[in-house]
Write a new protein. Sequence first.
Length: 237
Amino acid sequence: MGGLGKMKQRSGYGIFWQPHKLVAWYERSLARDRSPLAGQAFDDFPLQERSCYRGVFRFPLIAWPASDSPFAGGAAERDQTNRAARQLFRRLKEPAARADDYLIDDDGNLLDSLDQAQQVFSLLERPEDHEICLLRREHYEISEHTLGFDIGYWGGDHFSLIADSYVVPAWRPPPPQDQSEVKLQLSVLNKRLLFDRVAAARSFLDYYRSKAWAEKERYEGEFQIIQVDHVPAALYL
């Protein structure tokens, strides 16, 4: 999961699965089955709430096939489709790049401009299953298009603390004794299941880091607070 990438870009455009596609994948995937707690977590939260998630863990389109995703099914489905879109992605991103660069580069699945994202999006096989989002880190610019703030890896598989704690718990879900506590921590999420404020996201990150069951950072700052902005569908559909 994640990647030790070059940590250079502070913003970029990604092409993400729509939330309903993520939930449908999770319900039929080995990721759910591998965690005995996943099906039990937060049973009093209706599943339709999870289908509202607009964060970063939604299998963004990547230029090169992923080699080692721990989430069986999601990466495989992503890599076997949209070949024309991914070929254009490679040409736009860095014409002379090698496949290995994209497997280690944290910015390998983010495009530099909306124009580039529009071009790639136009070649998707099922555009209705995707949306374009603008991601930012470190320097935030909140606007009417801001969906909220997620926490996780800037690159790699875009692991999200919110997604793994509640939306599609598979890797490090909270154990039963902490579920009420986690639910309280996440009670401030907005209707897109994201934090409205950087301070609230940072508070949850501090809480998460304190838990023995949580995913651990391999280097300081691997978990990033990531602003997610909606790009109006009229601009690319």
